[in-house]
Ligand binder design. Structure first.
Ligand SMILES: NC(=O)c1ccc[n+]([C@@H]2O[C@H](COP(=O)([O-])OP(=O)(O)OC[C@H]3O[C@@H](n4cnc5c(N)ncnc54)[C@H](O)[C@@H]3O)[C@@H](O)[C@H]2O)c1
Length: 446
């Protein structure tokens, strides 16, 4: 027996985006400073928000013949950039002008043109533990009697920020933490909260921020590959508090291209014998990832992509023996300007081999900043939308992640174009518009 259909969502039920939106960022390094300086540059009319779907993307409504394709920000009630206020935490002290100079992503002249604004934001002392990020030495950090105390100090910081803003979202732009598997303390909220008091060694700093945000009813997005909210305990808290979650690991450079190319080979039934990916990167992220335990977290996140797209068990002749390798090499001269090479060994008709080489000279944080902005704005939209806010994981935001979180038993979607369709159809759905299936038979009937 089928269950009764849920009432169709109604755009009028979405709370409007009035008032100030507070964006809280644990980890104010290269990505965070490029995001914040970038939003300010756009607000002042110095530059365009290129790469941001919420700011520049369009969405088709109705039939192709209807000629109705508004900007997404004019279609869905997304917060205005002028209403955003930033805060965050880090271990380096100082202010964001200094942090942005250290990150070395944006030109000095561009930073100088916004100097007082950037100097006005000073990261709060972080909840940090060097066990999780071995290559960094903190200058400032919170001190507490146990993890529960540290997490409650974060809640106090959030409470103060709530007095200055109307709604809040949190996005982890902190360093990649060392690799861990899920364990008993991650399985239920009760076990997790006991673990906070007992200083359980499997609770990482990023989990403290996530717990604090969710306890305050604030959505949490994870830009790094750490487990963080991808554990049953925090999924439970997310649903309980109607505070959306999503992650993991911004899909910016090499993996972005991988999830464009791999679906193309699969669509044409071209086989893949091997895919070798290597990178050089010289920023602080690269330095942190130079440690094998931290790299393992990133490696796991990057490796899952091909497995899910190619489904070798369903296509053994084409993908059953694929050799997939990913490397990141710390190389300081390049700073934030990463170079990623891919060698792809494919084969076609009758098994004849061919090769493809990709050389992507990208700018890591220039690619990541617009994704972080979109995630904050879409998570705020989700929190105001009755049909989304109680779901926990926001799978429709998979588009932004290398290792998208998904419901237990549901494999993640990695194909960039499926992800993009899913995102736009979710927007149509919550706004009460018809979904677009691309069937198109109606154009050819009588
Ligand atoms: N830039 C990209 O293209 C990209 C893509 C995918 C994922 N990421 C991930 O995003 C994260 C940020 O990248 P980035 O280039 O800005 O790195 P970054 O090293 O410049 O910044 C990270 C910041 O986090 C801080 N930090 C570490 N632990 C913290 C804690 N417990 N609390 C508060 N702050 C803490 C560090 O001091 C540092 O300033 C990294 O985990 C990276 O792997 C970046």
């Amino acid at each position: 027996m089928s269950s009764p259909a849920a009432a169709a969502p109604n755009a009028a039920d979405i709370k409007p985006a009035t008032g100030k939106l507070g964006i809280m960022i644990p980890g104010m390094g290269a990505v965070a400073t490029t995001l914040i300086a970038g939003v300010e540059a756009v607000r002042r009319g110095f530059a365009k928000p290129i790469g941001s779907m919420t700011q520049m993307g369009t969405i088709r409504l109705g039939k192709r013949t209807d000629d109705n394709t508004p900007l997404i920000k004019n279609f869905a009630p997304i917060a205005d950039l002028n209403d955003i206020v930033f805060t965050g935490w880090d271990i380096f002290g100082g202010n964001l002008y200094d942090a942005a100079k250290t990150a070395g992503v944006l030109d000095r002249d561009q930073l100088d043109s916004m100097k007082p604004f950037l100097q006005s934001i000073e990261p709060m002392p972080a909840a940090f533990d060097q066990r999780w990020v071995k290559r960094l030495d903190p200058k400032v950090q919170k001190v507490g009697k146990n993890k529960c105390d540290l997490a409650n100090q974060i809640r106090n910081d959030i409470a103060e920020f709530k007095t200055r803003t109307d709604r809040q979202v949190m996005i982890w732009c902190g360093s990649t933490e060392i690799f861990i598997e899920q364990s008993a303390v991650h399985q239920t909220l009760e076990a997790f909260e006991k673990g906070l008091v007992d200083d359980d060694e499997n609770i990482s700093p990023s989990m403290l921020y996530a717990w604090a945000a969710l306890k305050e009813g604030i959505p949490f997005a994870n830009g790094a590959p750490n487990l963080t909210v991808d554990i049953p305990a925090l999924r439970e808290l997310s649903k309980k508090m109607n505070a959306p979650i999503c992650g993991k690991d911004f899909k910016t450079g090499q993996t972005f291209l991988k999830t464009v190319l791999a679906p193309a080979f699969k669509a044409r039934q071209l086989g893949v014998a091997g895919w070798y990916s290597t990178n050089i990167l010289g920023n602080r992220d690269g330095e942190v990832l130079d440690d094998p335990d931290n790299f393992k977290t990133k490696e796991e996140s990057k490796l899952g992509v091909l497995e899910h797209i190619f489904q070798p068990e369903k296509n053994p002749d084409l993908y059953g023996n694929i050799f997939h390798k990913v490397r990141i090499n710390y190389y300081p001269p390049r700073g934030d300007n990463k170079e990623g090479w891919d060698n792809i060994d494919i084969f076609g008709w009758l098994g004849y081999p061919m090769q493809i080489k990709v050389d992507f000279l990208c700018r890591d944080s220039i690619l990541a900043a617009p994704l972080a902005l979109d995630l904050c704005l879409f998570m705020d939209l989700a929190a105001r939308t009755p049909s989304l806010r109680g779901l926990g994981i926001q799978e429709w935001l998979s588009f932004y992640f290398k290792a998208p979180d998904s419901a237990p038993g549901v494999y993640p979607e990695h194909d960039l174009f499926i992800q993009s369709m899913k995102l736009k159809n979710t927007l149509r759905h919550i706004m009460g518009e018809d979904l677009i299936t691309h069937l198109g038979l109606e154009y050819y009937g009588e």
